[in-house]
Design a binder for this molecule. Structure first.
Ligand code: BGP
Length: 479
């Protein structure tokens, strides 16, 4: 459908940017912070660890001033659970509380709306040692953590996110999740963990509504549209299966309080069914989100399980795609999408898929949407004069935002956009060399240099875009 006129971005649209605690704060063991699963994980030795990252813990005032200069209307960040509760559910750490009080005050001082993720991958290690999300005790610990955050910060924080990318933690449980290495029956364990996280999320949403009636809360999964590799009906079924298992299982539980039928059949068939009680289902029914936040980086393409060849007679090619987590080749096979290009890390670049994803989610749940991650990871180069000419990032963002405007014109109720990331930070698996930020942090994988902050070209481009409420999308800008 071609529109003669596009709907503008709504007044008060929350132009923002995102980070997460373990990727940006550093100070991993300072001022009473307990270790998290991230601090205990092992990463490739040639890549940076998460001990210092961007040192935001010590430099947050300088960073927030830069975010204000950028013109951010909202800033999405996460609270480190083990900074607030070093052992997950014991004593509150007063220095951890003080840090987030100062951070939130600073954000609000500039009139920026804080958007807080409660839990972004960094489960306290003490809870992990007791079984992590396999142990139902973690549900109660999460509720306590959430209630404490609502009590401490709810006077200034109006928007809350429960759990970042719960679906990725389940689908890639061995890589970013809380699955101990060597777990027997990993999928069954993960789907039980998923059920517990869902209950924890429901409890947090109920608590938020009771404690902060004016605040809004929602989940933040990673959602991507799933294309069939061809118009073969079997490929369409495969795409449908994958969408249910990758996307709708999580959002149906959060928004409808029930299990997705196809995902349930998949778990039954595979022997992955979690233990679910009638009380659990009543709780899931009672906890409802006010909005849906989602992260989008790329689309995915799958073919039917019957395609046993890596190269099919129709010329389509199987791929091992990083964006295709939870790959179960007996249900769907990841295929190349010949219509799309990749970034330097092999992720498909698909702005139209962004529009499709927003439309699909909105049509399915009819809740307001906000994007909490979208962006381009690249090996940025610091040029003379401390400049970073990241035109590729500007192009990526401009193309994606243009599709968001189309989605708004399609009728999608969208109230904010927070690209990843506000400032350079350490990538979940690929070190500091894979950069996403509008602000360059002067360090390498192991050489911390001076950690100085430099505005990239994309900084000025996004600043202008925000100032025009999304009107000036063209990519030319003096730098
Ligand atoms: C999302 C995570 C972020 C961030 C981002 C980019 O899955 O929520 O924390 O890491 O992906 O991924 P990466 O750092 O692997 O490039």
């Amino acid at each position: 459908m071609h529109y003669r006129t596009l709907a503008p971005f709504p007044q008060g649209f929350l132009w923002g940017a995102s980070t997460s605690a373990y990727q940006v704060e550093g100070a991993w063991d300072q001022d009473g912070k307990g270790p998290s699963v991230i601090d205990r994980a092992s990463f490739a030795p040639e890549l940076s660890d998460f001990t210092v990252t961007s040192d935001h813990y010590h430099r947050f005032a300088e960073d927030i001033a830069l975010f204000a200069e950028l013109g951010l209307k909202t800033y999405r960040f996460s609270i480190s659970w083990s900074r607030l509760f070093p052992t997950g559910d014991g004593e509150v750490n007063p220095l951890g509380v003080a840090f987030y009080q100062r951070l939130i005050d600073e954000i609000c001082r500039y009139g920026i709306e804080p958007l807080v993720t409660l839990y972004h991958f960094d489960l306290p290690w003490a809870l992990q040692e007791q079984g992590g999300w396999s142990n139902p005790h973690t549900i109660a610990a999460f509720e306590r953590f959430a209630r404490t955050a609502f009590e401490l910060f709810g006077d200034r924080v109006n928007y809350w996110l429960t759990i970042n990318e719960q679906n990725m933690m389940i689908l890639k449980g061995d890589v970013i999740g809380t699955l101990p290495p060597g777990t027997l029956d990993p999928e069954k364990t993960l789907y039980q963990q998923n059920h517990h996280m869902m209950l924890a999320q429901a409890r947090a949403m109920i608590a938020c509504h009771a404690m902060l009636p004016a605040a809004k809360i929602g989940p933040a999964p990673n959602i991507s549209c799933v294309y069939p590799a061809s118009c073969r009906p079997e490929d369409v079924i495969a795409a449908n299966n994958y969408a249910s298992i990758r996307n709708w299982l999580y959002l149906d539980l959060a928004c409808f309080g029930r299990y997705n039928a196809v995902a349930w059949s998949f778990m039954t068939e595979k022997g992955y069914l979690p233990q679910v009680s009638a009380e659990d289902m009543a709780l899931l029914q009672a906890g409802r989100p006010d909005f849906i936040a989602f992260n989008y980086y790329a689309s995915t393409t799958v073919a039917a399980e019957s395609a046993t060849h890596t190269e099919r007679e129709d010329g389509l090619r199987e791929v091992e795609d990083q964006q295709l987590p939870g790959l179960d080749k007996s249900v769907y096979i990841g295929f190349d999408n010949p219509h799309l290009e990749h970034n330097e890390f092999g992720w498909y670049i698909d702005p139209v898929g962004f529009r499709i994803t927003a439309r699909e989610i909105y049509e399915r749940y009819h809740l307001p949407l906000i994007i909490t991650e979208n962006g381009l990871g690249a090996f940025d180069k610091l040029d003379t004069g401390n400049k970073v000419h990241d035109d590729y990032r500007i192009e990526y963002l401009s193309n994606h935002i243009a599709q968001l405007q189309l989605a708004i014109t399609d009728g999608v109720e969208l109230f904010g956009y927070c690209p990843w990331s506000a400032i350079d930070l350490v990538s979940t698996h690929q070190g500091i060399g894979k950069r996403y930020g509008f602000i360059y942090v002067n360090r390498d994988e192991h050489d911390l240099k001076d950690l100085a902050r430099y505005r990239k070209k994309s900084f000025f481009w996004y600043q202008r875009l925000i100032a025009t409420n999304g009107m000036q999308l063209d990519t030319d800008i003096d730098y």
